[in-house]
Design a protein around this ligand. Sequence first.
Ligand SMILES: C[S@@+](CC[C@H](N)C(=O)[O-])C[C@H]1O[C@@H](n2cnc3c(N)ncnc32)[C@H](O)[C@@H]1O
Length: 338
Amino acid sequence: MNMGVARQTAFLALAAHLAQQGYTFVCPTPESQARVVQQRSGEHCTTLADFFGWSLPADEKTLITLLPLALLDQLRVASIVTAERDGLSKANFRLSNFYLPHIGDSETVRRNSLYYIHSAFPTKDDDAVFFGPDTYFFLDFLDRASSHLSRKTPTTVVDLCCGSGAGAIHVSHAYPGSTVLGLDLNPRALGLGRINAVLAECHVDFVESNLYSAISSRTDIDLIMSNPPYIASSADGDIPVYAAGGAQQGLALPLRIVEEGVKLLAKNGLLMMYTGVPISYRRPGHDPFLERLEALQDMELLEYRIIHPDMWAEEVGKGAYAEVGRIQVVGAVLRKRG
Ligand SMILES: C[S@@+](CC[C@H](N)C(=O)[O-])C[C@H]1O[C@@H](n2cnc3c(N)ncnc32)[C@H](O)[C@@H]1O
C-alpha cells in the first residue's frame, strides 16, 4: 500500500472511531490554542480531544486506552501519529468540526458532524494546512451570499486558496450538480482536501495552482469564491509563506484574486471574496479594499459586509501594521457585468 492510500485508509478509520466516541473539537484561534497549551504545559493527554484537538502529547498507556491497538498501528504507519522524546507520541494533525454537531436541523447536524483534517498546532511549518475561525466565518458568508445566485445550481465553481477544502466541500454539498474545483499552491493542503472530501462523501477536484494558473484559459466559471491569505508578511518570517497576503499590508493577494478572476468568469458570474482589510488608525472610516472594488469597471459590487471588525488583533501595531488600528474582515460579492 502506498503512503497516500495508507494515510487515507487510516484517516477514515480514525474518523469512524472518533464519531463512535462522540469526539468534537471546534478549532479556536492560534492565540486561544496557545493559551490552553501553555496552561497545560507538562500535562499529558487524557482525552481524544486533548490529542487530536489541542495537540498535546500522549504517553503510551493513555494512547492504548483512547485508540484500539490496530488503529494506533495504522496511524503510526501513516505518520499521523509519531513518536517524540521520553516515550511520548504526538498527532501531526487535528480533526475539527463545524460548530457543535447536536444543534439545528438534520442537515445542519449532518454537516456539523463532519470532521475536517488540518495541521496540528502550532502551524509553524511553511506548508501547514490551515483551518480555523476564518474558515467558520467564510462558510457562513458563503451561505448568506448564496442568495445572489440567480440559478439554483452553478455549473462550475472554483474555491481559490482552498486549504483543507472546507469551502469547496461545503459548496459541493449545497449544489450537488455542480463541478467544484479546489485550487491551492500547497500540495499538502490538496492532499488533505482530497481526504476531507472522501470523509464528507462529496466530489471535489483538487488541483495545484498558483492563483488561477491551472485554469487560466477558462472563461466559463459561474462562481469563484476565496478566503485567501490576507496577513502581511512579517519581517521576522513569523508567518508561514503560504499564509502571507503579501504587499499593501496583505491586500495584494486578495486584490489580484478579484482583478484576475473577472477574466475567468462567465457572463454574470459571481465572485465571493472573504478577506481582511487593514484600517489605518489615522483614517478609521477609510476601507482601501472597498475603494478598489468600487473602482472596477467590469464588476458590479452587489454586497459588502463587515464580518468581524477587529480580527487578528495581535498582528496590529507592529511591523507592516504599525499604522493600522484594526484588521476588518469583510465579505464582498461581485458580479461580472454582461
Ligand atoms: C488562510 S488559508 C485559507 C484556507 C481555506 N480557504 C479556508 O477557508 O480554510 C489560505 C490558503 O491559500 C493558499 N495559498 C497561498 N498563496 C496561494 C497562491 N498564490 N495560490 C493558491 N493558493 C495559495 C495557502 O496554501 C492556504 O491553503
